[in-house]
Design a protein around this ligand. Structure first.
Ligand SMILES: Cc1ncc(COP(=O)(O)O)c(C=O)c1O
Length: 427
């Protein structure tokens, strides 16, 4: 299927030579991603490293190119036509993100570089002026380093202390332990919505509810959630939500921090510079209003606009068919590999999104990754920036196959046959 983009609007062209006409057909979705036609080591590319970054559909690539070809210019400051068009497209993208997350106001959407920057922003701008020695920040054992290190840095700066909610051996968040950790000293809860190393989906609504009962704000790391499920920040009632465009079929270098308006209003700017000010004299600077107060310097304009297109793209398909398809694939791949002798699944939570992490007896994850790569299969091997998870399972690394909407049963079959090859080689 071809999709044609008119700036930021997706038009689905329904003629398709190879597959039945149905927007619900994953084969249609696959055809939207040009990179999937590439060959690697002479083999058809099979891309199963979506947890690291997703591939981009034509519409997203075209949106970026369209911006640079036709209306590249700086935003907010220009009176000329190009600048006005770029500003309009940039602000339209913010509104798309607002609707995507169901935020109450567009001003609650701050464009940042990605999840990492969003979390650092909250740690430094919300936490640093407020936290005192002995204050506690709760994270979980399954966090990505991006949701550990910024808080540790804040602890060093303020004397606050990190508290960690353990996980069980299935990779599930231990809610009772969380309730025990929540207390009068807790000043922030920061947990991952979907674990990148395990695929576990956390009970974030309940986590937020319990924290709010103690008057504690909650940041959710949504890096791995937004491409798999509908996120509704008003329903979750989280105070902050962070995600990266590149894990949602959008460009790298652009991400989002959602924050409740009252909290963002009360926070000082994170960085100083152009665009985040209203007036500057050598005596005093008056800061700009939300969200610009947090967007110092020239933004990733092309990236923001293309993120808007990525949001259009997934919204057009809908999260019900995406989740159904990925759930079917995850069940299929899990049933195919779980009885393989010597293969141990890491992360067997009851509630899981499209991630399959595993180790194999006698074969290092990096060797497995390399053997699969020679068959054109891209998976990730390593600690997945979640070293505490590796420590929990007593492994240095795992192999991770992570699914996206364009993956198919053929991809899974190729992975399984690749793993059989690994077994042959390593006995
Ligand atoms: C759960 C989670 N949080 C945070 C991040 C960091 O995202 P980024 O590198 O895009 O800032 C990742 C990236 O893999 C992730 O999976």
């Amino acid at each position: 299927m071809n999709t044609v983009v008119d700036a930021r609007k997706i038009t689905v062209v329904t003629e398709c030579a190879e597959c039945p006409v149905s927007p619900m057909n994953p084969a249609h979705w696959r055809a939207d991603f040009p990179i999937l036609k590439e060959r690697v080591h002479g083999k058809q590319l099979i891309y199963l490293d979506n947890g690291a970054t997703t591939q981009k559909p034509d519409v997203v690539i075209n949106t970026e190119a369209d911006y640079y070809r036709h209306y590249n210019s700086n935003i907010h400051r220009g009176v000329h036509a190009l600048s006005q068009k770029a500003t309009e497209a940039f602000e339209d993208a913010r509104v798309k993100v607002q609707h995507f997350l169901n935020a109450r106001h567009a001003e609650e959407i701050v464009f940042v570089r990605g999840t990492t920057e969003a979390i650092n922003l909250v740690a430094q701008s919300y936490g640093r002026p407020r936290f005192q020695p002995g204050d506690e920040i709760i994270v979980s054992e399954m966090e990505h380093h991006a949701n550990i290190v910024p808080w540790q840095m804040l602890c060093q700066q303020t004397g606050a202390v990190l508290k960690v909610v353990p996980i069980n051996d299935d990779g599930e968040f231990l809610f009772e332990d969380y309730l025990r950790l929540l207390g009068p000293r807790t000043k922030m809860v920061a947990v991952v919505h979907v674990s990148n190393a395990l695929g576990s989906i956390n009970p974030v609504r309940e986590i937020v509810r319990a924290a709010h009962a103690q008057g504690v704000p909650v940041l959710l790391d949504g890096a791995q959630a937004v491409s798999h499920m509908k996120v509704n920040v008003q329903e979750l009632d989280c105070d902050f939500y962070a995600f990266s465009g590149h894990k949602l079929y959008g460009p790298t270098g652009i991400g989002v921090l959602y924050g409740k308006q009252a909290l963002l209003e009360a926070m000082p700017p994170y960085q100083g510079g152009g665009d985040m000010i209203r007036t500057v004299t050598f005596e005093k600077t008056e800061y700009n209003v939300l969200p610009y107060k947090f967007e110092a310097g020239t933004a990733n304009i092309a990236g923001s606009i293309a993120l808007g297109t990525a949001i259009d793209y997934v919204t057009e398909i809908g999260f019900d068919p995406i989740a159904q398809h990925e759930h079917d694939l995850l069940s299929y791949v899990t049933s195919e590999v779980k009885s393989m002798p010597g293969l141990r699944l890491i992360g067997t939570a009851k509630n899981k999104a499209g991630i399959l992490s595993f180790v194999m007896d006698g074969a290092h994850p990096h060797d497995i990754g390399t053997i699969l790569d020679h068959q054109g299969i891209a998976v990730r091997a390593g600690h997945h920036c979640a070293m505490p998870v590796m420590q929990h399972y007593g492994v240095p690394a795992t192999v991770r196959a992570s699914l996206a909407l364009y993956n198919s049963r053929d991809d899974v079959d190729a992975l399984v046959s690749g793993l059989h090859k690994v077994k042959e080689l390593f006995g």
